[in-house]
Design a protein. Structure first.
Lengths: 160, 411, 262
């Protein structure tokens, strides 16, 4: 019995070594993607804007889902719109620009959330409804733009 | 009690090609249903015929049919346990199995049609108890547990004294459940075709009628396949009961429409459903009333046909057809007729206000609905194979031995 | 760089001042443009009241009850300004007319068969005080906020569409296909139900709903937004001074949206 167990464990260990050792293709591919040269692939999320996140990296890694869940109930039901744990603010800070300088959506693997979530194979439900990148247009509109927008709206209505 | 105590023997159904063949066919249909559900969830409901005016379509017709029939099929067991009718007692186990199977099939269709079926956990843990829909979710899942308990006390000999109280509990639970299903429509004040207290008792009658029809079809089919005797007296008895239930359904339907016809406010929707609404009057008069109501009643009561098993089985099939048509007219016809927001005015907008909404059912919807039916039948088939649900014989002399013979034996 | 942290109030005040400044500048620009384009006699009364802004960390209360007053007599036949404004604000297509396309607000044309009189008015979620959609939602996703705005919590919505069956105004839409690039302040997604939010993201900042703003700036000025709980608000004064009705008043839903000249 004991020797059989040893054989099984030995076999599994051999597979593990073979996977990462003499057959470097897999680890090389992951290394290229994550920018690591070690054997164990780790995600490398892009840095956000500014000096630091709204809370410790460690805290955020473990608890970001909990604080987002709590915040969303507060915002939707109570109208509390504090910025610290607002999803919109997270996305504003953690936007990753693509090749054209425009922030990428969640479709792109470079998206901040995907860099860890792809690795952990935890699907992100938020972006079925939420925008995954900051809205570059409508929110902060200068007076001239606002006037133009308004006139366009009126003209669109009149020509119907 | 002058009856001889004939012991009913239950036996699993046989295996072999007669089991695996139909099971494979049902399995294929279930796969079609699952694929349809995935297709609808992945691409969104735009691939279906449902829209912002007709929000519930063919999947809901099938789902509500299965759920309503599930509640009614248990009636066969209730007649035995609660009302003490001896000939019904041997059929109680199969009745319980069918209740669980049909409800599971119906709930599966309902859940898989949700816009967010991945949020089933939310639906099962977060309740707004002002919603009759929430109550239904709670009642349906509770029903599964209660019928399982009911089957346990029916099938475990030492628990048989409990079959009457558990039977009562199950009876009351399903009356509440089915009234709740009817009230899903009856409590909608917004729509001309709903907003009626009579929807609750109508659905009770519908459940009794559809449940018994399904039971007749299943018990007749399985007895034929297995070569087990099904007494023509018993079958005729079930048939006559079916006729009474179908008559009650016709009665409540008549009262519902006559009441609406009496108020000018409802003339529009009644004209639409009963006269000029295209497919809806056709389904109502031809399929629901004639084929699904009057013809089966004639078949089960007319002296020439009342004792023929073929006629009884045909009547059951017709009742099922009529029930599907009735649910189609209620669910889809009720949504097709526009809301009356400005009484007396002609209304027009880009959002289909003021017009009859058109509905063309799509293939994924049928796939899902039929998949649910197949799931229900597959559960029944597997259940009958694994456990002893079906009596060895349902011959007249076995289930309902005549008292004279017993006295002669005793003498 | 945004200072993210616990110092909320100075930011909010800054934002308000910015909005006030830009709003005044905009008014100047708009009235210059509008003088040429707008019909004579239209009063831009929508900007009369300034709702005080609730601090971001404070929960909403029933102190205010937000409502709208729509004068169908001022609503232009063929004008779609409110619909276009809402569509632009929230990211849906105002021109789409298939049964699966969402409409948070729509123009309804009425015609009296007795005499042929025609009227037009915008129709949206009526934000009832006793909303049937809230009653029937199995998970409680459809809910009424303390200040009267009826919303769908899309995190809890399972997409059963029962609220759409129950709504007496057909105000709700179901999202029938996957969406992309939603507006950050108006999340909407496949498989959930949505409807007019009375621009709750604007109201929480002390602004007007987009439709009311568009109607006031560029069209007939038929829509007025305000606090029904405040007897001194413009909307309350008008409701007290002339006859207004709720649509389907017989259902006794006490809607937040009232109409005149239907």
């Amino acid at each position: 019995m004991g020797s059989r167990l040893l054989v099984v464990f030995g076999f599994l260990a051999a597979i593990g070594v073979a996977w990462h050792g003499p057959f470097p293709i897999f680890s090389q591919a992951v290394a290229a993607e994550t920018g690591q040269s070690g054997r164990v692939p780790v995600p490398a999320p892009a840095r956000g804007k500014g000096d630091a996140c709204v809370a410790d990296t460690d805290f955020m890694r473990r608890n970001h889902m909990a604080v987002l869940n709590h915040q969303r109930d507060d915002t939707v039901h109570e109208g509390v719109r504090t910025k610290r744990f607002s999803l919109k603010e997270c996305i504003d800070c953690h936007a990753v620009n693509g090749a054209d300088g425009v922030p990428v959506t969640v479709e792109d693997p470079k998206h901040f959330c995907r860099s860890c979530h792809d690795y952990a194979a935890v699907s992100v439900d938020c972006f079925q409804c939420h925008a995954s990148r900051p809205d570059t247009a409508a929110m902060s509109v200068s007076p001239d733009e606002a006037a133009a927008l308004s006139l366009r709206t009126y003209l669109a209505g009149v020509t119907r | 009690m002058g009856r001889a105590m004939v012991r009913i023997i239950y036996r699993e159904i046989a295996g072999g090609a007669a089991f695996w063949g139909p099971l494979a066919g049902l399995g294929l249909l279930i796969l079609v249903g699952l694929y349809s559900a995935w297709y609808m969830e992945h691409y969104g409901h735009i691939v279906t015929g449902m829209g912002n005016r007709i929000v519930w379509g063919i999947p809901h017709v099938f789902a509500i049919f299965l759920i309503v029939a599930a509640s009614g099929v248990l009636n066969v067991a209730s007649i035995g346990s609660v009302f003490g009718r001896v000939p019904y007692k041997p059929m109680a186990r199969l009745s319980g199995l069918l209740a669980i199977a049909l409800l599971t099939g119906g709930l599966t269709v309902l859940v898989l049609d949700l816009g967010r079926p991945d949020r089933l956990i939310v639906a099962m843990t977060t309740y707004n108890f002002k919603s009759i829909f929430a109550w239904n979710i709670f009642l349906y899942t509770g029903f599964l547990v209660i019928v399982a308990a009911y089957l346990f006390v029916l099938m475990e000999r030492q628990m048989s004294p409990y079959s009457k109280p558990v039977g009562w509990f199950a009876l009351i639970w399903r009356l509440v459940l089915t009234s709740g299903t009817g009230s899903i429509f009856g409590w909608l004040v917004a729509r001309q075709a709903y907003d009626a207290a009579i929807m609750a008792p109508l659905f009770i009658a519908l459940s009794l009628s559809l449940g018994l029809a399904v039971f007749i079809l299943v018990v007749w089919t399985i007895c034929r396949w297995e070569g087990r005797e099904l007494g023509s007296g018993l079958l005729s008895r079930l048939g006559r009961l079916l006729g009474i239930f179908a008559g009650v359904v016709l009665y409540f339907t008549a009262i519902q429409h006559l009441t609406n016809l009496y108020s000018a406010e409802h003339w529009g929707v009644e004209a639409f459903l009963l006269w000029d609404g295209g497919v809806y009057p056709g389904l109502f008069w031809l399929v629901q009333v004639l084929l699904g109501g009057l013809l089966p009643i004639a078949l089960v009561f007319h002296p020439k046909t009342a004792s023929k098993p073929g006629a009884i089985v045909s009547a059951a099939s017709l009742v099922i057809l009529g029930g599907l048509a009735q649910l189609y007219v209620i669910i889809i016809g009720g949504q097709a007729y526009p809301l009356v927001m400005f009484p007396g005015m002609e209304v027009h907008s880009v959002f289909q206000d003021g017009v009859i909404a058109s509905y063309a059912p799509s293939l994924p919807e049928f796939g899902l609905g039929i998949g649910g039916v197949a799931l229900a039948l597959a559960i029944t088939l597997v259940g009958m194979k694994i456990l002893r649900f079906v009596p060895q014989s349902l011959a007249d002399k076995t289930v309902d031995p005549p008292p004279a013979a017993a006295e002669a034996k005793a003498a | 760089m945004n200072k993210l942290g616990d110092t909320e109030r100075p930011e909010v005040a800054d934002a308000r001042e910015q909005t006030d400044v830009s709003r005044r500048a905009f008014l100047r620009a708009a009235s210059a443009l509008g003088g040429l384009a707008l019909a004579p006699g239209v009063t831009l009364y929508a900007f009369g009241q300034e709702a005080e802004v609730r601090p971001a960390d404070q929960a909403v209360t029933s102190q205010h009850r937000w409502g709208m007053l729509i004068d169908a007599g001022r609503c232009g036949d063929g004008c779609n300004a409110c619909v276009t404004a809402c569509a632009d604000e929230h990211g849906w297509d105002a021109d789409a007319a298939s049964p699966t396309d969402a409409h948070w607000i729509r123009k309804v044309e009425l015609r009296d068969p007795e005499g042929g009189l025609k009227r037009t008015l915008p129709m949206m979620c009526q934000h009832c005080a006793s909303p049937p959609c809230v009653d029937v939602c199995p998970t409680g996703a459809s809910f009424k906020r303390a200040d009267g705005i009826v919303l769908v919590d899309k995190h809890t919505c399972i997409g059963c569409r029962y609220c759409m069956m129950a709504c007496p105004y057909n105000a709700r839409s179901f999202v029938h296909e996957p969406l992309a690039d939603q507006k950050p302040y108006a999340p909407r997604g496949k498989g959930t139900v949505e409807s007019c939010t009375m621009c709750v993201h604007r109201v929480d900042e002390g602004r007007q709903p987009a439709c009311v703003e568009a109607c006031a700036d560029t069209a007939g000025g038929a829509m007025l937004f305000g606090d029904l709980n405040d007897p001194d608000s413009e909307i309350s004064k008008r409701i007290a001074s002339y006859a207004t009705v709720e649509i389907r008043a017989d259902l006794d839903l006490d809607t937040g949206v009232r109409y005149r000249n239907i």
